[in-house]
Design a protein around this ligand. Structure first.
Ligand code: NDP
Length: 796
């Protein structure tokens, strides 16, 4: 092209980034990669390899080993062997290695960036300026957490060997999100990259060798879904950290049910991008580019649903179309392009099919005039407008460069539309009115909310979803808890502590006094005492088998009524911490006033001595005080993220939670589990001890007189495990705690997989409810909240 022509068209010329070092790296491995196990490159047992393709050119880059069950077993053994010394080297020792990893990544930043672009198809500008700097940042940040573990995480210890399965959209970044916190907290790792994008993980393995990371601490096994499944199912892998599709996330939840494996799932999304009429529309347009055309829209938190206030909708769509015409699409190594290639033909097909579905459903489609290159897998930026909220393209994750626009009139409608999804990963809000932004942010059900920005990430901030976007957080201090276990976990017993019993005085039936007035315990739903739907009761026996009372036998319908009542109770969740604390103190006050009655009830049910029963009531009152104290003190955080932002980590209630109480200690077991969840603002469905439910049915009288709003606590007595199954299956229950048998725990994890409830189960282990280190405090509060990170532009 002549200079004169360039001035006429003002077209960019090609500006290819050199791939020389990447080719040298591939050649140094003869373009054939083995598995990285125990610090060595080894051949796969099956001797099978698959190809890694450059999606911009369809050219073959290398052959990658396919790991099978035996290879995975070798890797797990290597990680297991490395564990002891990795823990013993201590936080400072690990910090040194992690600092070296961060430095080495920075030293080879361009190689990583180019290789990632070639393997994944994403623009070099993104890998160079976003992915790789963030990878280094993750290792630096977590080197710091390794250093601080002894003081800042002193009640926690490593989990052991961790299996990590990552997707193809941010291959090295996802590796760093998973490996950095694992290593910092003293765990060893076996990582499986996605089949399409293994190369930077293999280069990372080389880097581990270069810095002399002890062998076996990091193992990389490549392969397909079967390799991932072999990691998930290996008995010596103690935790699975997964990022990928919601579908596979559910498979993993089911596969690990009851095994005691900890899991964190970072899954899909359909994130709203909400534009109010007073927003700066030119900034919004650039925000849209970052939200949906960053990484070709193959981003779990992509702002793929554009919700725009009706008064400015047409104006904004027009501006977006003008901007779309200027987007450049092409080879990922061209420094002037905005949109690269789609990772693989199968993904391209998914996008094409969903777009066709959108057209068939009558939505209005618009694409710019740009021509996609034909030598790779490309898809043009696409805008749908006037989309119905129920349309499949408004509900399904397209995972491509496709923006779906719809309008709203009022702020309330914006919130409703935003939350009209099974996902809850992220949202962004655009307005010049900070009051409006901060009013809307807490109402959106999503783990991250960006205000006047989008798709910004940092190692100091937690990232993760609500609802079917998965559970657990990655990044920040909140992310560390996914990679540790509480030190008291190892003290749990296989059977409950034996309690001393005394036989009740026998009655020969010769008493001449009048019979006692019958006391009929009921269910407690929506703040009212309720008869069970089925009209059945069940006997309550003492420990010697004597019948002492009867309680309602709750059924599925009672559970549904209780869940509905919990959902309708908005009064409790919206109280301030101070107001909640007052109600909790009031419960303690009323319990204290009636403590003699509760002591008698405990003695009657459990045949404990009076002294022991008095201790149980006194400890229960003290425990309520503890959580009343916490109600206004379980603070969030302000993270020091690297961008021009403050990031506010807000603890929010989980929502509607079911608490299946322990069998032992009918009052203390219930108080220890119900009150922390209540203190954090959740509305509850409580299934009390099946054997000894009378302390719970007495307690509702205290709740009624302690200003607890109707529906905040609902109590359903009956067969614990049957009721629990109904709660686990119920789509409107957001969280479930289960304290009971190993089988019951497994059922909970299995049955709750379909809506990916947050579950916390005891796996048939027993706590000492009198021991504060096992049964009180932050560990309970942490399970009763979700953390939402709200990014607010701030500073210079
Ligand atoms: P998957 O969830 O299938 O893959 C993610 C990772 O899990 C990959 O390493 C994959 O291996 C592995 N895997 C697949 N099946 C199993 C299994 N049964 N047990 C254990 N591991 C398994 O996502 P895809 O890559 O197939 O993408 C499909 C869709 O998922 C996309 O269209 C998109 O909607 C969504 N997605 C979401 C992401 C996110 O960040 N939330 C990221 C990527 C995809 P392998 O690659 O070999 O199949």
């Amino acid at each position: 092209m002549k200079v004169q022509e360039i001035f006429q068209t003002m077209e960019y010329g090609p500006a290819p980034e050199s791939n020389k070092e990447s080719i040298e790296f591939l050649d140094s491995h003869k373009r054939k990669f083995g598995l990285f196990i125990n610090g060595k490159w080894v051949k796969p047992e099956s001797n099978e390899y698959f190809e890694s393709i450059n999606p911009s050119t369809k050219e073959k880059l290398a052959e990658i080993a396919e790991a099978n069950v035996k290879d995975v077993d070798q890797a797990v053994k290597a990680a297991g062997k490395a564990l002891k010394s990795w823990v013993e080297i201590g936080g400072h020792g690990r910090a040194r290695y992690m600092y070296a990893l961060a430095r080495q990544i920075q030293k080879h930043a361009r190689l990583f960036a180019v290789l990632e672009s070639m393997d994944n198809g994403k623009p070099i500008r993104e890998t160079r300026d976003i992915d790789i700097p963030l990878v280094a940042r993750h290792f630096y940040h977590h080197a710091g957490w390794a250093q601080l573990m002894d003081t800042e995480m002193k009640d926690y210890k490593e989990i052991g060997v961790i299996g990590q399965i990552i997707p193809w959209n941010f291959p090295l970044l996802m590796l760093s999100w998973k490996i950095a916190p694992s290593l910092a907290m003293g765990n060893t790792v076996i990582l499986k990259p996605a089949e399409f994008t293994s190369l930077t993980a293999l280069l990372f393995a080389d880097i581990c060798k270069q810095i002399g990371l002890p062998t076996g601490v990091v193992n990389v096994v490549t392969g397909h879904g079967d390799t991932g499944a072999a990691i998930v199912n290996h008995p010596d892998v103690k935790k699975i950290a997964f990022t990928g599709s919601t579908e596979v996330g559910k498979i993993i939840r089911k596969a690990t049910a009851g095994s005691g494996k900890k899991i964190s799932l970072e899954l899909g999304g359909k994130s709203p991008f909400i534009v109010f009429e007073d927003a700066d529309l030119d900034s919004v347009v650039e925000g849209v580019v970052d939200a949906i055309w960053f990484n070709q829209g193959q981003v779990c938190c992509a702002g793929s649903r554009l919700l725009v206030q009706e008064s400015i909708a047409e104006k904004l769509y027009k501006k977006i179309r003008v901007r779309m015409e200027t987007l450049r699409i092409g080879n990922s190594l061209d420094k002037t392009i905005d949109i690269g290639a789609i990772v693989a033909p199968v993904q391209l097909k998914v996008i094409e099919d969903l777009v066709q579905k959108g057209i068939d459903e009558g939505n209005t489609i618009w694409q710019p005039t740009l021509v996609c290159p034909t030598d790779g897998y490309f898809y043009p930026p696409t805008l749908f407008t006037d989309v119905a909220p129920s349309s499949s393209i408004a509900q399904e994750e397209i995972f491509g460069p496709v923006l779906v626009g719809m309008s709203f009139r009022s702020h309330g409608e914006a919130v409703k539309l935003a939350n009209n999804t099974r996902y809850g990963l992220a949202a962004s809000i655009w307005t010049e009115n900070i009051n409006l932004a901060l009013d809307v942010a807490p109402q959106i059900k999503a783990g991250t909310v960006w205000i006047n920005c989008t798709n910004v990430f940092d190692a100091a901030s937690g990232f993760g979803g609500y609802r079917e976007s998965g559970f657990g957080r990655e990044g920040g201090k909140e992310g560390l808890y996914e990679y540790v276990k509480h030190t008291s976990d190892s003290e749990f017993r296989d059977s409950p502590k034996k309690i001393k019993t005394t036989e009740p005085p026998s009655s020969n039936g010769s008493s001449k006094s009048l019979p006692k007035i019958d006391k009929t315990p009921k269910l407690f739903i929506g703040g009212k005492q309720a008869r069970p739907d089925g009209g059945n009761s069940m006997a309550v026996l003492d420990t010697f088998g004597n019948q002492i009372s009867e309680v309602p036998k709750g059924n599925r319908k009672d559970i549904r009524n209780a869940v509905e009542a919990a959902h309708s109770c908005t009064a409790w969740g919206s109280l301030t911490g101070h107001a909640k604390a007052q109600v909790l103190y009031y419960i303690a006050e009323n319990l204290s006033a009636r403590s003699a009655e509760f002591v008698t009830r405990i003695m009657q049910q459990t045949n404990q001595s009076q002294t022991d029963a008095e201790k149980e009531v006194a400890t229960s009152i003290e425990r309520i005080y503890t959580y009343a104290a916490w109600a206004d003190k379980y603070d969030g955080n302000v993270h020091h993220t690297i961008q021009r932002n403050i990031t506010i980590a807000m603890p929010e209630k989980v929502g509607v939670m079911a608490i299946i109480c322990p069998e032992e200690l009918p009052l203390l077991g219930l108080i220890s589990t119900v009150i922390p969840a209540l203190a954090m603002g959740n509305s509850l469905i409580v299934v009390p001890s099946e054997k000894s439910p009378l302390s719970a049915t007495d307690l509702y009288q205290i709740l009624e007189t302690s200003d607890v709003p109707g529906g905040a606590v609902n109590i359903v007595t009956g067969h614990k495990d049957e009721l629990c199954k109904e709660l686990a299956k119920h789509d409107d229950v957001d969280g479930l705690w289960y304290f009971g048998s190993a089988q019951g725990s497994k059922d909970v994890e299995l049955l709750s997989a379909d809506n990916l409830k947050r579950t916390w189960v005891s796996y048939g282990k027993y706590r000492d409810w009198y021991d504060k280190s096992q049964s009180e405090g932050r560990e309970f509060l942490r399970h009763a909240i979700e953390i939402k990170n709200i990014w607010v532009p701030y500073g210079e």
